[in-house]
Design a protein around this ligand. Structure first.
Ligand code: ATP
Ligand code: MG
Length: 434
């Protein structure tokens, strides 16, 4: 027998019922983002490799070692599976002139690919919800995005996620800080790990974000970028904080908070939970005012964030907040040639009233069909044999309420009887608990 093929390492399947949870979560997210005026956009999963090199930066983890890049076998064009969505979104905005003389609030959801060491909360194919606003200068849109995320945690029933913010200032402020930071880090050459040594002269800021506990104490004493900010950067940061205070969103200023991508400036933020171990950042983002121009567009301020969907799902699972998988409203069991046609018609009629209906397929005895009806979780079964089919009747059985039992009724009354039953037994208290 040939070996069974497996999915690529770090690129897991998402199976039922988990995939159903994903759909529910994605629907809650889309609803929340739309209520703030964000519109969906869909970009390709494959982009020209130079896009990411230019947008993310040559000396970042992503571009140096995490990208799935290949050449188009027909014309040799260098292509890359997108490792994140902001670059592609900015490319699309520029290419189609979406931010010319106007502002844009956009969001997308989908797969991202990074060649990382797979572990809990870290995969090679993972999913992000990305949100980007183009054309807004002030701190208000940064604060509004943070506020929107806070509402989203509420909508999802999550409460153990904490907001950290920082400001990365502007390029010239970072350059002055960088010199002092390198001088400080050079004093610790003997304890720097390989990653930190590699980054010392290329991307020293990123050392502050080290996941290595042995370096974290040393980082506490490093020069703080916040002390190098000019007046405008300080005012912008103060503006974000003021709005957060005004609307009552608690936050911590984390001076060591940086981002792994080069394009950020001014506001950066992360939402972090302790419930997921080392991979605790559920959502990360900030301002990237230079990116559009850097990619050849007109200067356009921008601000956005990305949320890791796997981490969100894991967090919901840990907090017991995953939605219940949906059950059908009705299971239709039928046996005999004359019952087949009414079974199909009744199923369609009930679906037209908005009910979810599972029509038994594959034959078998009524006994085995009723076992499946029970296992489906449906409250009602409609049973049709030759006898019922001959008179236009069905047996309507409540599978969980003995008081209702089983009743022989006219097929055209099924929907009304089920609706009446639901109205009679509706209990707002249990509804609230669910
Ligand atoms: P980290 O420091 O954890 O590697 P990052 O700075 O690379 O994070 P971003 O590029 O800002 O992460 O991505 C935004 C979010 O996407 C992260 O906060 C996380 O929730 C999620 N994410 C990033 N990489 C992965 C991955 N390999 N697997 C699963 N989720 C991921
Ligand atoms: Mg990373």
């Amino acid at each position: 027998m040939s070996k069974i093929l497996q999915s690529v390492k770090g690129m897991p399947d998402i199976l039922p019922p988990e995939a159903e949870h994903w759909e529910t979560i994605e629907a809650v997210i889309a609803c929340c983002l739309k209520s703030y005026g964000y519109k969906p956009i869909r970009m390709p999963i494959v982009e020209p490799t130079p896009l990411f090199k230019r947008a993310i930066g040559e000396v970042t983890d992503i571009v140096e070692k995490e990208m799935y890049s290949f050449e188009d076998s027909l014309n040799g064009e260098p292509l890359t599976l997108r490792p994140e969505g902001t670059a592609g979104c900015a490319r699309a905005v520029i290419q189609h002139g979406l931010a010319n003389q106007t502002t844009q609030r956009l969001y997308y959801m989908g797969q991202m690919f990074r060649h990382e060491r797979p572990q809990k909360g870290r995969y090679r194919q993972f999913h992000q919800v990305g949100v980007e606003a183009f054309g807004f200068n002030g701190p208000d849109v940064d604060a509004e995005q943070i506020l929107m995320i806070a509402r989203l945690w509420d909508d999802l029933g999550l409460d153990d996620i904490h907001l950290q913010i920082n400001s990365l200032g502007e390029a010239e402020e970072r350059a002055r800080h960088r010199d002092d930071l390198i001088a400080y880090l050079e004093k610790f050459q003997d304890i720097l790990d390989d990653d930190a040594k590699r980054r010392l002269y290329t991307n020293p800021l990123r050392i502050l974000d080290t996941k290595n506990p042995a370096l974290q104490e040393m980082c506490l004493g490093a020069p703080k970028l916040l002390d190098y900010l000019g007046e405008n950067s300080r005012a912008h940061f103060a503006g974000v904080q003021q709005i957060l205070r005004d609307v009552g969103i608690p936050f911590t200023i984390n001076p060591r908070l940086v981002r792994g991508l080069d394009y950020y400036n001014l506001t950066v933020f992360e939402w972090v939970t302790k419930q997921l171990g080392a991979q605790g950042t559920v959502c990360a983002g900030g301002r990237y005012d230079g990116l559009v121009e850097q990619l050849g567009g007109k200067p356009t301020p921008a601000c956005g964030f990305a949320m890791g969907v796997e981490r969100l799902v894991a967090l919901l699972e840990a907090s017991g907040g995953l939605p219940q998988p949906a059950s059908p409203d009705v299971y239709i069991a039928h046996q005999g040639d004359s019952a087949r046609c009414p079974a199909f018609q009744i199923a369609e009629n009930l679906r037209a009233t908005g009910m979810d209906v599972l029509l038994h397929c594959g034959g078998g005895s009524f006994k085995s069909q009723m076992k499946k009806a029970d296992a489906s979780g449906a409250p009602f079964a409609v049973i049709i044999g030759d006898d019922e089919a001959a008179t236009g009747d069905v047996q309507l059985k409540h599978l969980r309420d003995e008081a209702f039992g089983q009743q022989r009724i006219k097929a055209e009354h099924i929907a009304d009887i089920i609706t009446d039953y639901l109205v009679e037994t509706f209990n707002p208290e249990t509804e609230k608990e669910n």
